[in-house]
Design a protein around this ligand. Structure first.
Ligand code: ADP
Ligand code: MG
Length: 340
């Protein structure tokens, strides 16, 4: 059977089923942003790993090595943020093609280290080898959290309000600006707005402090970071919490940059929001009675909808028209060219 028939998440589920072993030390295993592992009566270890592969996640034609290092650390820190934890340690592994130089690797680690330093995370190990194909980066981040503060994808309840911590769609739009600049001469969109979108794509900011504040407030029920697009990541919360969601399309925050650049882009802003990934804002749900407390945390919070008992995802427009929302964010195997 072709892997594309299962898709990325179907394949992960198959791996989970094939390898599942019960352990009282595993509070959350495969299926959340980070694993939550009991190491003592009060402390839990958070563990997360993500790869960035040339030709799949990045193209060296439009990402510089500093940004690549920064982003490789940021996407992993974001998964610790999504659990409400504190990042502590990091491991980095590189497969390096012979065409790369020492200076380029040094630039990579300058960016990587800037991101780690900002979040007081220490690089403690990794692996280095040659690659005959492209440049491959694999990063693991370890963090900590008290068990009772953990925010998984599985805690959302009907009636919960759904929040995001910032504007969505910028990163995917920024990638399109970069691709157009590289591949389509004569259609350059080099405005200040486009530059800001590019910046959001190349140098994402993981919401570590915000995720921590949300967890410490004990006001939220479930949380995830938006790495694969709103529709997919909300889909993970709905699936694991056995609930549905109604999203008010008009309430989704769009940055001024995306609105300014929209006429020059191939897709509508909402398409970048729903299907584009890599925004790394947090998406969380909270009951009405906790909303005031959450609003007092000093974090940007945008209420975009509500969790429903009926297990479907819907969007509603300004005129009250409801449409089904299917998870259509990035899937490594469903996006393979043979499926297009
Ligand atoms: P995220 O987008 O938050 O990084 P992913 O979608 O990459 O999460 O992964 C979803 C879940 O599946 C995570 O818990 C991850 O650790 C797990 N996972 C992914 N691939 C594998 C694998 N090959 N073996 C075991 N667990 C995996
Ligand atoms: Mg995640």
């Amino acid at each position: 059977m072709k892997i594309s028939r299962l898709g990325e998440f179907g394949l992960i589920e198959k791996i989970r089923k094939m390898t599942s072993q019960r352990s009282s030390s595993v509070i959350a295993g495969i299926g959340d942003d980070a694993a939550v592992l009991k190491v003592s009566a009060s402390a839990s270890l958070l563990a997360t790993t993500d790869m960035l592969i040339e030709g799949v996640h990045f193209d060296l034609a439009y990402i510089d090595y500093y940004s690549l290092g920064w982003k490789s650390a940021a996407v992993n820190l974001s998964d610790i943020a999504a659990m409400g934890g504190v990042p502590r340690f990091c491991l980095s592994s590189l497969c390096i093609p012979h065409t790369l130089t020492v200076e380029q690797i040094a630039d990579f680690y300058r960016g990587f280290n800037a991101m780690l330093r900002a979040h007081r995370t220490t690089l403690v190990g990794g692996d280095t080898c040659s690659s005959r194909l492209g440049f491959v980066v694999s990063v693991t981040v370890l963090g900590e959290i008290r068990k009772e503060l953990v925010l998984t994808r599985g805690g959302a309840k009907p009636g919960d309000k759904i929040f995001v911590t910032g504007a969505l769609g910028d990163s995917a739009a920024g990638l399109e600006v970069l691709k157009n600049r590289v591949t389509r001469s004569g259609k350059k969109v080099v405005t200040e707005a486009a530059k800001r979108l590019i910046e959001k794509h190349l140098r994402p900011i993981p919401r570590v402090t915000w995720g921590r504040k949300i967890a410490l407030s004990q006001g939220a029920h479930a949380m995830i970071d938006i790495s694969d697009g709103l529709s997919s990541d909300l889909g993970h919360i709905c699936e694991q919490s056995h609930v549905g969601a109604l999203i008010s399309a008009e309430k989704i925050p769009l940055s001024p940059s995306l609105q300014i650049a929209a006429p020059y882009l191939d897709a509508a802003p909402l398409d970048y929001v729903l299907s584009g990934g890599e925004d790394y804002e947090l998406l969380f749900t909270a009951p009405l009675e906790k909303v005031r407390k959450l609003r007092s945390l000093g974090i940007p919070l945008y209420e975009i909808g509500e969790i429903t008992r009926t297990r479907t995802m819907l969007t509603v427009d300004g005129r009250g028209k409801k449409s089904p929302l299917s998870a259509r964010g990035y899937d490594h195997f469903l996006n393979m060219s043979e499926n297009k």
